[in-house]
Design a protein around this ligand. Structure first.
Ligand code: AMP
Length: 268
């Protein structure tokens, strides 16, 4: 990597936890277009899973991932292990403050500390010029932008749009957990977001009413438990009561025991 940098070649980086799908590959294609060298990491980061979450169960298929990453022109696939990332004695964490406390941070209080820490380490190892993150994990994207600014990383963060299945379900490695009936219920997330967009486009401005309608829709499906549904400022992630300017609607819902997230823009 050092030699590549000396040759003044630009490096794009896509960090992932593997079990790659079209969403990941779309980010890799963006990286491929924007730099000379494309580096992808595959690492299921234990620091972002709390006890009782799905760290052990998280789907893994390294050979398939390597084939997929290579098929879109990845030059280097970085696959560190826990001994490398969290060697004995490790104790220094990067802890996002306010941005990490709401939304997913409420039910997953150590999650963004784990994400910010591993991304900091990966940035320091790979030292990319550009890093590409998915809008699918919107709060993460906002936190990474903040991290890069706060720690003077000098890395350009590029956001890739959410890639969806034909019926609208946001692609996720965790979709592999869903049984057939749960797969149908999982569709309620993107449906609720689309219905909310339609409400806003027809003139509804009251965030509370939009959230209530989305909640009704999602909970009308079996096996769904809403973790949160919010309408927030796209940069500060503060709650909005009125959708009178560009806003993000974001939600997290458990379908059975699988926690899914999704988000969309509201308004223009
Ligand atoms: P993960 O492997 O889930 O940690 O995700 C790695 C990267 O892929 C993150 O930047 C995610 O936001 C992004 N990503 C995951 N799912 C999608 C999707 N459906 N569309 C676009 N990007 C995604």
């Amino acid at each position: 990597m050092h030699q590549l940098r000396c040759e003044a070649r630009t490096i794009a980086f896509v960090p992932t936890m593997g079990y790659l799908h079209e969403g990941h590959l779309s980010l890799m294609r963006l990286g491929r277009e924007q730099a000379d060298i494309l580096v992808v990491s595959i690492y299921v980061n234990p620091a972002q899973f709390a006890p009782g979450e799905d760290f052990e169960a998280y789907p893994r298929d390294m050979q398939r991932d390597l084939d997929l990453a290579t098929s879109v022109g990845t030059d280097i696939v970085f696959t560190p292990d826990d001994d490398m990332m969290y060697a004995e004695g490790f104790q220094t964490y990067v802890h996002p403050e306010r941005l990490g406390k709401g939304l997913c941070g409420i039910s997953r209080p150590i999650f963004f500390r784990g994400v910010a820490t591993v991304v900091t380490k990966l940035f320091n190892i790979v030292r990319p010029d550009i890093a590409i993150f998915g809008e699918k994990d919107y709060q993460q994207l906002v936190i990474i932008r903040r991290l890069v600014a706060d720690f003077n990383f000098g890395i350009e963060i590029v956001a890739g749009p959410t890639v969806r299945e034909a019926d609208g379900l946001a692609m996720s490695s965790r979709n592999a957990y869903l049984h057939d009936d749960q797969r149908r219920a999982a569709l309620s997330l993107s449906q609720a977001l689309q219905q909310s967009q339609a409400l806003v486009n027809s003139g509804e401005r009251d965030a509370g009413k939009i959230i209530a309608a989305a909640t009704r829709h999602i909970t009308s499906f079996d096996q769904t438990t809403v973790d949160y549904i919010v309408i927030v400022d796209p940069e500060t992630l503060e709650d909005l009561t009125l959708v009178d300017r560009p806003a993000r609607m974001a939600l997290a819902v458990k379908v059975g025991s699988t926690r899914l997230i999704d988000n969309m823009v509201l308004g223009n």
